[in-house]
Design a protein around this ligand. Structure first.
Ligand code: FMN
Length: 429
């Protein structure tokens, strides 16, 4: 760790030595696992959601399916896992053990009650056994117990009611964990705040169907011939989760600290969440994919970034990108640009030509002998799709044009010309 920068953050009065936490899931299912994670550098844990034992919890088998995209494995993860199936007393014993061995690492106890009384009972049990903070799971999208999980998160008044119950019961800070299976996350977050929430965490998994078996026609995971809409997580959800966090960070009526998750695999992902207003970040699928060790890269990457930027504290990063995040009516539409090509780097694959022809402004001509594109600048739409398709990332860049520069309107076909046949002009009647 660099002496020049300070990675610690404070959330709801609790100090975390860095912003990186395990999120509530199989990666935080026992003290033995959390111990391993702590040894790699995780600053705290949001423990797998506790269950009171009032309803037996049985996980479907199998409970997960990986979602691959082309050759890239596990861009997403589909799961039907329930809350913890471990006895409450075992989980609480784990809290006491962890607190003794790692007194400086906050334990966030995730809880889910199946009645108002149960929310209170679990909250008190967690607090009495060493939890430093609670996270109320209003958000699991596939509970087999009817009326729980994201059904609570979608019934905003219940978020307020259960938060209020918990806040009346305990002294430790309380986060409400939001479901992304709604349109506007600020609404249930504000209801939770009315109930007394000290902070918001988000997102839980998105309800999804990532694949269907083409022989047996069963959505995955295939639980003995039955599939279900279930929780989707991992890298693929990051852009949508990031927007939810930013929206909450920009909501003056909410004004609560945020713990963010959704597709974090690298220090850059984590940093982006901090920049749009998160104070801590939590990870599950990234750990499933790469192991607890990824936190070492996160710590190193964030440290290097802070040093390179001359920023001393990670906490200064929180919300730093928000002043640049505005509604689209703030765009200066008088300023326009085009794509520019550094053809010295061109490998002659022709993909830019095809994408511009089929999805852009038809601004490229193809010089077949040289195997090079030729840009007709006035036709370039500056959509930049050519740059995303080009296999050489630095070949095509964006260049602003002078204000008086005019783009040529896209071609209007002459109705008289159909193929090579010239139809008579002047109507058909
Ligand atoms: C297999 C699995 C089990 C999960 N179990 C819980 C849970 O018990 N409680 C909870 O609040 N979130 C649970 N989650 C959601 C994660 O904590 C997290 O919100 C979500 O996966 C998004 O983060 P990620 O993209 O880093 O995985 C679970 C996620 C997965 C993949």
């Amino acid at each position: 760790m660099s002496a020049k920068v300070d990675l610690s953050v404070t959330m709801c009065g609790l100090r975390f030595k860095n912003p990186f936490l395990l999120s509530s899931s199989p990666v935080s299912n026992s003290a033995e696992m959390v111990e391993q994670a702590y040894e790699h550098g995780w600053a705290g844990v949001c423990y797998k959601t506790l269950n009171s034992g009032s309803i037996p919890i049985i996980h479907p088998s199998p409970r997960m399916a990986g979602y691959d995209y082309e050759a890239k494995r596990l861009v997403g993860l589909q799961n039907v896992e329930q809350i913890s199936d471990r006895p409450l007393k075992d989980n609480l014993a784990d809290f006491r053990w962890l607190k003794k061995k790692y007194p400086d690492r906050p334990i966030i106890a995730s809880i889910m009650g199946f009645s108002n009384d149960e929310w209170a009972y679990l909250a008190k049990a967690a607090e009495d056994n060493g939890a430093d903070m609670l996270e109320l799971n209003f958000s699991c999208p596939h509970m087999t117990v009817e009326g729980s999980g994201h059904k609570v998160g979608q019934a905003f008044a219940l978020c307020e009611k259960f938060t209020e119950t918990v806040k009346r019961t305990v002294k430790i800070p309380v986060l409400a964990k939001m479901t992304p299976n709604i349109t506007d996350m600020t609404e249930p977050a504000i209801f939770s705040k009315k109930g007394g929430a000290d902070g918001i965490s988000a997102v839980n998994t998105f309800r999804g169907i990532s694949s269907i078996g083409l022989d047996d026609l069963v959505p995955l995971p295939n639980v003995f011939g039955v599939g279900a809409m279930s929780g989707y997580s991992g890298a693929a959800i990051k852009p949508i989760a990031l927007h939810f966090i930013a929206e909450m960070a920009q909501c003056p009526e909410l004004g609560l600290p945020l713990s963010a998750m959704g597709g974090i695999e690298t220090w850059v992902d984590a940093l982006e969440y901090l920049l749009v207003g998160a104070t801590t970040v939590q990870v599950t699928t990234g750990v499933i994919k790469y192991g607890y060790r990824i936190v070492e890269d996160m710590i190193e990457g964030l440290t290097d970034y802070l040093e390179a930027k001359g920023i001393r504290k990670a906490s200064q990063l929180i919300g730093m990108a928000l002043p640049n995040l505005k509604t689209t009516d703030h765009f200066d539409l008088a300023r326009q640009g085009i794509a520019q090509y550094d053809l010295d780097q061109c490998v002659g694959c022709g993909q830019c030509y095809i994408v511009c022809r089929d999805a852009g402004g038809q601004a490229l001509e193809w010089e077949a002998k040289k195997r090079r594109p030729k840009l007709v600048e006035e036709k370039c739409l500056s959509c930049m799709i050519c740059s995303f398709i080009c296999p050489v990332p630095s070949l095509i860049s964006f260049k602003e044009k002078p204000k008086d520069w005019k783009r040529k309107p896209t071609r209007v076909m002459d109705e008289g010309m159909i193929g090579s046949v010239k139809l008579p002009q002047g109507g058909t009647t």
